[in-house]
Design a binder for this molecule. Structure first.
Ligand code: NAD
Length: 395
């Protein structure tokens, strides 16, 4: 006897965030979805910047549509890289296309402009913000922040190597010996670890520092030196393994003790972040100016306010011969692999919500409850409700 299994339709519109080159699904990710009775529609040209032509999608069983409107009017679920708060100005144009009962999944930066989330709730859209995924083992394969941070750490080192007027490795030549570049990584999370590994592979002498002493062994295992500060660390990490926000006196002392290492580095890559807070300021303008002439500071926290006082997002500031590069959306500069990893993340997340070709949301599952921002016509995420001045629970 055959069982009547329904089919879910997901739609992938072209990304509209300025400079965004990634796409939410790549052709290779489609087979797993089809196996789970999920059909895919894609807007024509959506994958082109990542290296995937419409014909590649068609060959994987995806229906390619020329009309963006038709994607929104046909799909049950919309998959995007940057939507809503993560594409604040241009992305809002899609709100008029979203239908009541439709599901939106992507990076949505809900706290960037909470009123956008209220608008999605009013339209009765169920919005999942992937940056809110819990960092638990079960969700690792869905973890968009980790997959993209890893690429960012790698690319930051290449960018620095390209800008530096010196080489990375030590070289002994008949014309003399070249000393290796000195690289200092500040913040050793996912991006920082990848930056250490990449700088080591290129032959630099690498030092790294993090507020969480627990990362010391990881730094040493990559062959870098861990910078330890002579200060009472106290409780610097949450139970979940993230850095805590510290008081200004802590940061002041940190900067004071780090200034010597910064002044001796040809390249500083900063990645320090505290979830839900502005990035800590680790390098003052004065510290940056004291770096060797021609040196480079790459600030991967530029979008969260920056780790260097001189950082301007999306700009290169030159001060006293030092270039401070405020990186924004750097993983989009390697769109092929960034999209490959993103597509695996988002399809694993989607498949965890699908049963027999239908969405089956388990609101008691922390993967669902942490990421679901709007549902049933309401803002449902407790922290966002608090931010919007709403009562803790939906009445
Ligand atoms: P993040 O982007 O929030 O922060 C980057 C780094 O900046 C962190 O290592 C943090 O400790 C550091 N930092 C913050 N304030 C600082 C300061 N004042 N000085 C120096 N460094 C400072 O972090 P992330 O890359 O997302 O990862 C954070 C942790 O979560 C890591 O230990 C990572 O291994 C872990 N993680 C776990 C999972 C999982 O289990 N599924 C997934 C991803 C990450």
């Amino acid at each position: 006897m055959s069982v009547d299994v329904k089919t879910l339709t997901v739609g992938v519109p072209r990304e509209t965030y300025p400079g965004e080159r990634r796409v939410a699904l790549i052709p290779a990710a489609v087979a797993a979805l089809r196996k789970a009775h999920v059909n895919v529609l894609i807007e024509s040209g959506a994958g082109i910047e990542s290296g995937f032509a419409d014909a590649d999608y068609s060959a994987s069983g995806v229906k390619v549509l020329a009309s963006r409107g038709e994607i929104f009017s046909t799909a049950d679920v919309i998959l995007q890289v940057r939507a809503a708060g993560a594409n604040r100005n241009i992305g809002q144009a899609d709100f008029a296309l979203l239908r009541s009962g439709q599901v939106l999944i992507g990076l949505c930066d809900p706290f960037a402009e909470p009123s956008l989330m209220s608008q999605l709730a009013e339209r009765n859209v169920s919005c999942f913000a992937l940056e809110l995924l819990p960092r638990i083992t079960r969700a690792q394969s869905m973890d968009v922040l980790s997959s993209q941070a890893s690429l960012a750490g790698y690319k930051a080192v290449l960018l620095a190597a390209n800008e530096l007027p010196r080489l990375f490795p030590m070289m002994m030549t008949a014309a003399g010996t070249i000393a290796p570049a000195k690289v200092f990584i500040m913040g050793v999370g996912v991006a920082g670890l990848q930056a250490i590994a990449t700088a080591k592979r290129l032959g630099a002498v690498v030092k790294a520092y993090d507020i969480r002493p627990a990362v010391k062994d990881e730094v040493l295992s990559l062959g870098a030196k861990f910078v330890e500060l002579d200060m009472k660390a106290g409780d610097t990490a949450t139970a979940g393994g993230y850095a805590k926000a510290m008081d200004e006196e802590f940061y002041r002392r940190q900067r004071e003790l780090l200034s010597q290492v910064v002044a001796e580095s040809d390249i500083v890559i900063t990645t320090a972040a505290v979830p839900g807070k502005k990035a800590p300021m680790l390098v003052t303008a004065d510290m940056a100016r004291k770096m060797p002439k021609g040196s480079i500071l790459i600030d991967l926290a530029a979008e969260q306010g920056g780790n260097c006082e001189l950082t301007r997002p999306n700009e290169t500031v030159v001060e006293a011969g030092v270039r401070i590069i405020g990186c924004v959306n750097i993983s989009s500069t390697v769109p092929g692999h960034a999209s490959q990893l993103y597509a695996r993340n988002i399809s694993t997340f989607l498949l965890s919500l699908v049963k027999e070709g239908q969405l089956a949301l388990n609101l008691n599952d922390e993967v669902v409850s942490n990421t679901l921002v709007t549902h049933g016509g309401h803002v449902v995420h407790p922290k966002l409700r608090e931010t919007l001045g709403m009562s803790a629970v939906v009445s």
